[in-house]
Design a protein around this ligand. Structure first.
Ligand SMILES: [Zn+2]
Length: 159
C-alpha cells in the first residue's frame, strides 16, 4: 500500500506544500489545496489547479464516451449541425464517425445539387448530356441521377 506523503517546507512566506501532480510548491492552505475529511482534515496531495484540471479531463472523457451514440442520433442533420448541437468541432465528429461507422447526411452536397436542378431543367433536351454536365461541373452519372430524381428528361433531341 502506498501512502501519500505530505511534503511541507517552511519558507519566509509561510509553510509551502509540494503538489504531487505538478511538483510545484504552493502555500499549504485551503486556498491552494483541497481538504480531505477522511483523514482528520488534511490537505489533499494535489493542488486545486491540478484537481480542477483532472475534473475537466474526467468530464471530457465522460462526454467522449457518450459522443458516438449522440452523434449517431443526430447524424441525419449533417455533420455541421451535429457539431453545433453537441458543441464539438466538426473535426472531432468526423473522427468519431469514422471510428464508429456513423454516416452523416451530406446536407452540403444535397444543397449544392439542389441548386443546379433548375439549370438542368432549363437546358434539358437542348444540350448534349456531356456538354451540360461539363457546364455544370458535374459528372454525367450525377447528371443522370439528378435528372431521374427530379423526373427531367435529359435525352437530347438533336443527337
Ligand atoms: Zn498541482
Amino acid at each position: 500500500m502506498t501512502r501519500a506523503i505530505s511534503i511541507v517546507r517552511e519558507t519566509e512566506y509561510g509553510p509551502e506544500k509540494l503538489c504531487t501532480v505538478c511538483r510545484e510548491w504552493w502555500p499549504a492552505d485551503t486556498g491552494f489545496f483541497g481538504v480531505r475529511h477522511d483523514r482528520g482534515c488534511r490537505l489533499t496531495g494535489r493542488c486545486r489547479a491540478c484537481d480542477s484540471q483532472r475534473k475537466r479531463r474526467q468530464h471530457r472523457a465522460k462526454k467522449d464516451r457518450d459522443l458516438p451514440a449522440k452523434a449517431a442520433q443526430l447524424a441525419q442533420l449533417g455533420i455541421a449541425e451535429t457539431a453545433r448541437r453537441l458543441r464539438r468541432s466538426p473535426h472531432t465528429l468526423y473522427r468519431v464517425a469514422r471510428a464508429h461507422g456513423i454516416e452523416f447526411a451530406r446536407q452540403h452536397k444535397q444543397r449544392q445539387e439542389a441548386s443546379i436542378v433548375p439549370h438542368i431543367r432549363r437546358h434539358a433536351g437542348r444540350m448534349r448530356q456531356i456538354d451540360l454536365a461539363a457546364q455544370l461541373g458535374i459528372s454525367r452519372t450525377t447528371l443522370r441521377r439528378l435528372a431521374k430524381q427530379h423526373s427531367i428528361n435529359i435525352n437530347s433531341r438533336a443527337h
